[in-house]
Every structure is written in C-alpha cells, then in structure tokens.
Design a protein around this ligand. Sequence first.
Ligand SMILES: [Zn+2]
Length: 544
Amino acid sequence: MAAFAALPLAAAPPPPVVLTGATVYTSSSEAPKKAALLLVDGKIVFVGDETEARRKAPGASVVELPGAFVYPGLVDAHAHLMGLGIARETLALRGKQKEEILALVRDAAAKSAPGAWIRGRSWDQNLWSDRRFPTSAELTAAAPRNPVVLTRVDGHAMWVNEAVLRRAGITGRTPDPDGGRIERDPSGKPTGVLVDAAMDLVVKVIPERTESDLKRFFAAGARACAAAGLTGMGDASGYDRKEIDVLRAMAREGSLPIRVYATVGAASKDLSAFLAGGRVEEGRVTVRAVKILADGALGSRGAAFLADYSDDPGNRGLLVTPAEKMNEVALAGVRAGWQVWIHAIGDRGNRLALDAYEKALDVVKPEDPRLRIEHAQHLAPEEVVRFAKLGVVASMQPTHATSDMPWAEARVGGERIRRAYAWRTLLTAGTKLAGGSDFPVEKEAPLLGLYAAITRQDLSGKPPGGWYPEQKLTRREALRLFTEDAAFAEFAEGRRGRIEAGFDADLTILDRDIVSDALPSAEIPNAKVVMTVVGGEIVHRAAR
Ligand SMILES: [Zn+2]
C-alpha cells in the first residue's frame, strides 16, 4: 500500500517536482481549476499553466495525475500520534470470541522474538458462551515463550499468561492487594486474571518504554496518517520531555513523514522549563502549546455537567483538574506566550475552561493568544457566545457525534442534546472551529470526519437526513475545518491550509471530487488517497 512510506526520508529539501493533469482546489472557498503545480524547496512556487510550470524548472521531475483532485493538505487538529502507533502494535480484541483471541495471540507469538511482550485490549468474557474468566493456561499454550498481557474492555482487569505471573512473582501465597483481586482456583492457585489494584503487580514488571519504542510508535502512527491523506496533526496527548525529545530528534533526522504540532502536558514536571525555554519549531515538529484536562468523557460519565446526568441522577461527572489549578496553568501558558488547549466535554467543564481563559486574558492582555477548547461538546446557551468573544477556537471531532449518537441522548436528555456537538451553532456565533478525529479513539481517516460533519450520519447512512441535521456543515465548510481552520488553530494560516505560491507544499490528492455535489455524500469515505505530499516530498503514494 504505502509504497513510499517505507523509504528513508531525507532531511534535505526534496528535488523540484511538477504535478500535472489534476483538478486543483486552491482553498475551500475557490472554484476548482485544471492547473499544474510547481514545488521547489518544500514550497509551492507556481500554480497554473503546465508549460509555464515546466519552463520555470526545466530539471523538475513531472508527476502525472490524470483525473485526480488536489486539495490543501488535510490536517487533523486533535489526535494522539503515539497512541496510534501503540494501537497498531496492540491486539484489538473487542467483540472477539475467546478462540479468535487465542488465535491472534498464537499468530503474534509466531511473529515475535522470544521474550518480547505481547499486548492486547478490550476482551469481554460476557460475549463468550461460558461467560467465565479465561485462564493463564490457555494463554500459555498460545504463547509459551512470550509474556502476554490482555486488558479487559473496561480497563479494570488483565488476563495474563504464566510467563507474566512468574515475572510478577504472583503465586498461591501472594495475598490479594487492597482494592484488588487475584482470581484463583479452589486450591488458591492464581488462574491468570487480575482485577483492579492486582493489575499493579503486573504493571510493575512491564518494561518501561525505551526511546526506540517511542520512535517506533511515532513512526508507525505518522505513516498511517500519511496513508490516510493527512499532512499534519495536532497532538493532544500532552507529552513530557521524553516524548518531545524523541519527536524533535525525528524531525532533525527527517524521519517524520507528516507535521506534528505537539502539546506538553499540564502535569509534566518539566512544564515550567518548557514555558521558560520558549516555543520550538524544528523541521516538521512544533511545540508551543500546553494541554490541560478539565473533565472526563461522556461515555464513562466523567464529563462535568452543571446538572445531573439524565440517566444517573445525582451524578454530575467530575473535574480532572481543579478549577484553581486550571486557572494557574492557563495563566502561566498565556504569560509565556504559549497556546493553551483545555479538554472540556461537559457544559460545566466548558464553563470553567472559558472562565480560566477569561481570567488569564484579563491579566496578561496578549495580542493573539488563540486559546483552544478541545471537544467543546456540550455547551450551556450562555457559553456559546463566549467562544467568539474571547477568540477561543472550538476544536471539534465530527466523528464523535456520529459514534456517540446511539447513546449520548440518554446521558444528557432531549434538551441538552440539541446543544451538543453543535458546530453549526458555534460557527453562526462567529467561533473559529478546527476539525479533528481524536485518533486512535476514532479512525485516523480525515475523510470520515468530513463525511460526519457534512451528513451527521453513520457509514450506513443512518439516521436518514442526519442526526440533529440543523448542525450539518456544507462540504466546503467541512473541508475548511481540516485545512484553513486547522492551520489557523496552529498559527500556520499564512503558510498552510491553502494552495498558493509561497505556501508550504502540503497536499492531499484524491481520486474523486469530494467537494462537488455531483458525488453522493455516501461516496466521500470511499475516496482513495492517491498521494500525500508534505513539504514537497511525496510521503505516500497509493499502489496502482
Ligand atoms: Zn484526545
């Protein structure tokens, strides 16, 4: 598939190239036109007539793209690059029968060096015929030479093989730790499932991730992004020094196929050193934002609301970061001239995040802080106007709406759901938006985000007409979310998000016209990524 992705990437600028034969969307607002593009030293230097393009750079290689459509490079404004890389190395067990899981483990063991750890996630014994906890014996038979750790769907139990029990020193004489349970047979011998605090016994012996692990995760995640047509992503993980250093090293050696706009975590012990050290821009990596978590998620009822959950009276969710701490970090970030991102899902989380921003802006009065709220998922009516007033970017994930729609209304009720995932309402109020996926929570495919923003339907076209269809965006508005708006959200609007002479040569090239109404919206997710170009370098090319 990714014919070019496996090649080493040069840190030096790529050779000049002329792209011809395609239809070009220079921006989300302009009419498409047949045009050639000349890319030199990582920049777009000419858009127009092919003969002219060739004459300007006689030595340039020519890439013919008959019938293709060229868009400004698609950017995922909020996602998790390392998480994507890790997910690709972790067995996905959701919905699988025990026999299928054991087959996957057997397969993984055959491909792994002896002693290498095998990880998996999301098994659920309630889906199996016996509905009973599995055993280490079954897992040991599937992978006798590798430690295997498989996490349950809720993250509250682990299924391990004997190699892990041995390394963790868990025997019949090991007592259950406080807040945890070691599953045992009638003789007291551990059977291979560890519940809650008992999982810590295993976590302690899992080797810490090395730099080369991190590098492998980032590289695998970035390759997947390039294959999906992404030229850049905003990384909402809130990293620490170790991860940032690895990203920067990869930028220096030219081994990152896409651009990464990374955040430092509010909990990082190095946060003040980062803020004092100034913004970093190194090759394809930018570090100038700090990430704070206001609340949790809707699915697990962790999102903080002003009123009770409709399906759980008495519960209003929880704040992950206390308001004072949030105010303090936001102020420190703004003061240092850094951007601040606050994750806020519930209406209370969003209110407190906006309060923190209002206070910080009041004290510092910066010129262009461009603060962001990540998700901005549920908003009280009075909060909507505050986004535009404070100049806060609402960084939203269209696929969250279509993934959550089967159960979200039960959580918040018929009244609050009307103001949820309300990108049209925010846009009308003058808010700047940015589009993302939150991968690996959702797939890393930006075409799915465009489709969800435009249709508010799942991939089977349900519900007919779309879920709360008044919030739908037009195709051009949706494209804008993942191009110009995403560029603005990372201070790159003068360099990226459009196809224009002088701009970075970041392009997403598709096999069909996703903007034209002639293409049924159901076809948008099926568009094929013909080529992904970052800084004039072809980082992904579809196999023919
Ligand atoms: Zn996220």
